[in-house]
Write a protein that binds this ligand. Sequence first.
Ligand code: GDP
Length: 459
Amino acid sequence: ENSPLEGQHTGAADTEPRLDAERPVVAVVGRPNVGKSMLVNRIIGRRGAVVEDVAGVTRDRVAYDATWRGREFTLVDTGGWESEATGLAATVARQAEYAAASADVIVFVVDVTVGATDADSAVLRVLRDTNRPVVLAVNKVDGAPQDADAAELWSLGVGEPYPVSALHGRGSGDLLDAVVDALGQRAPRVDPAAQGDEGPRRIALLGRPNVGKSSLLNRLAGEDRVVVDPMAGTTRDAVDEEVQLGGRTWTFIDTAGIRRKFRNLQGADYYATMRSTAALNRAEVAVVLLDVSEPLAEGDIRVVEQVVESGRALVLACNKWDLLAGDEERRRYLEKEFDRQLGRVWWAPRVNISAHTGRHVDRIVTAAQQSLDGWDQRISTGRLNGWLKELVAAQPPPGRGGRVPKILFATQAGTRPPHFVLFTTGFLEDSYRRFLERRLREEFGFAGSPIRLSMRIRE
Ligand code: GDP
């Protein structure tokens, strides 16, 4: 019997996917309805072979392979992130955070028929702080009359506005030239996966103001800590500390940022967000603290989302457990809230702690180590495909328009976080990819680590 998985085994070698890290990332950012997705489709044309799908907390990220004048890059469409529930401000803030953390070049899209709004200006302020090159695309410039309106957007202060019409294809060549130029100037990204195994593992304590980060740091580190010199190329005051815990040394990232208090200042949340972004850049695992004496807040979800997006290992620490004082009803309520709002990160280890009394704080490093094990894990191609073959036979992907896509072959293209590439003959629906991820985790573990699933579709 000639199964599709075995049949394609050898054929896949010459199309072995490249690692994410080798490809620069271009993120397309902008308010809802400015035409981001149409612009992305215009740029990738019919050759959008790869779909990278990162299951986020509240929405997923989709990325495509793109090439312009011989330059290859990954194009990320943030268009699917918009949600009625969170509102416009939160949506654009998230796009900007993502772009700041992960993109090499940002294409910021404005709608010429609307002009620049306050929301646009707010995002641009965040983007300017990131030192990433921003290329300004002014969309819906369908004819000469709008060219003058486009030119007015020099006023946004991010350089030349490139008039485009995603609808007609007008101007996209000039825009892409600018993107490729900007890629040439990009600053190197700090990639923890490339930093080797030596030395202590790097851990970041994250969470919105007042969840107990400093208290926990004091509890864990006590007197026994060594202040490490700021790393070259990082913010001047990003001080790290080395701490002995559970028989090994850990580097806690940006402890100065944890101790510095901005809580009564306006913009404390913004500061916290920027700190998380910077700390995540250098961390391998993040411990996100949540305050169980308060309802889960938008800010909590956001930090978790940042971690998942950054591809770092994750531990959830429910702090101030002492305040529950055995209140069973409240505990059940919390469980429900977790499932409702953080159900998508069901795979992250959770520890219930009290920085105040010291309850179970030692479990944090155990959990962090577990998450790092998942983050580092590599599954052999043979094992992976053996498992997949059985799974697909028992539960084939749903068909679309009478065609059932075949999964030909899978391989783990990378670790930190684990990245799997599926070679298929057609698009796998969202729900099926979610199903595969769940089964993959049930079979192989990966507790505490985000997983990236890419599809490479062969026409
Ligand atoms: P940070 O802003 O995240 O660094 O939070 P802090 O560590 O400064 O803590 C904020 C407040 O919560 C302080 O008043 C702490 O004493 C209190 N706190 C922190 N952890 C706990 C805990 O486990 N239990 C209780 N009851 N209070 C805590």
